[in-house]
Design a protein around this ligand. Structure first.
Ligand code: GTP
Ligand code: MG
Length: 266
């Protein structure tokens, strides 16, 4: 080999190693940025999940009943993120993920009754650190296939060591009946080799309508049960009043006024 060839080969090796070092650094930086963003979304999911758990706990204490049956939280997978950006023609970048996609953090709240779905949504949206970005009520207006759920896109702050970040999350609230229909429909739909003909679509919609009827009937039962529970409280109140020989007060009043007086007399 001549001196010139050796020199050229050295230069080429040098160039290759420079490019690859830069590329590795670039890739490492991107991986870190992506991991950091995903960890922010995980924090947002934790914040929202905690908010719902607190509401459920409060209800358990006040009404001896839990409106939330279960909560599922999931972070969108890198493959699904890539797919969604590509499908919608958005740039493939960490910044684009944050500004264009609202459902990286997903929280699914499964409630016992339809009324609970609305009550939980309202209780969350009333909180002063939650901002509603979008609401889709597929319970009042189900999708053509029969899908029902209440969808909220919200913004929630997360507090880091030296900064506050506002993150977006998608919340799906539904009853147990809505959830079981949706998960079965999802399983059927994802069998890619099966084509849904009109009869099958009609059947799916029919099952959704049956599940809506189930919710309505269970809601009616719940209203009946809670009014009977109120009657029981009335009876207890009457009995206490009769024992004390006083006009019938509310249970709360007893604790506040009579309760105080009794202690003072003792
Ligand atoms: P995508 O987020 O891309 O789905 O579009 P979008 O924001 O217009 O959709 P939408 O808010 O209607 O639905 C978002 C999510 O709700 C989906 O990712 C599913 O988890 C759920 N969902 C919506 N429609 C259906 C449905 O017909 N069946 C089932 N099983 N889930 C659904
Ligand atoms: Mg969406």
């Amino acid at each position: 080999m001549t001196d010139l060839t050796i020199q050229r080969e050295n230069q080429l090796n040098q160039l290759q190693s420079m490019v690859s070092t830069d590329m590795v650094e670039w890739a490492l930086q991107k991986t870190y940025d992506f991991a950091k963003l995903m960890s922010y979304y995980r924090c947002a999911m934790m914040e929202i999940e905690t908010k719902f758990n607190v509401l459920n706990e409060e209800f358990k204490l006040r009404f001896d009943r839990q409106p939330i049956n279960s909560i599922k939280a999931r972070l969108k997978s890198p493959i699904s993120i890539h797919q969604k950006l590509a499908d919608r023609g958005y740039p493939m970048s960490v910044e684009s993920i944050e500004s264009n996609l609202n459902d990286i953090a997903g929280i699914r709240v499964i409630c016992s009754f339809t009324d609970d779905v609305y009550m939980m949504a309202e209780a969350l949206l009333k909180q002063d650190d939650i901002t509603l970005i979008e609401k889709k009520d597929y319970i009042k207006s189900p999708k053509k296939n029969g899908y029902r759920s209440l969808h909220l896109i919200v913004a929630v702050p997360i507090f880091l060591q030296s900064e506050k970040r506002i993150m977006k999350a998608e919340i799906q609230l539904r009853t147990i009946a809505m959830d079981s229909w949706a998960s079965l429909e999802h399983q059927l739909r994802y069998k890619k080799d099966v084509v849904f003909d009109e009869k099958m679509q009609w059947e799916l919609r029919y099952c959704a309508d049956l599940s809506a009827q189930l919710d309505e009937r269970m809601d009616a039962l719940r209203v009946k049960v809670s009014s009977e529970q109120r009657d029981e409280r009335e009876i207890i109140r009457e009995n206490i009043s009769a024992l004390r020989g006083t006009p019938m007060p509310g249970l709360e009043e007893e604790g506040g006024t009579n309760g105080g007086k009794d202690t003072a007399d003792d």
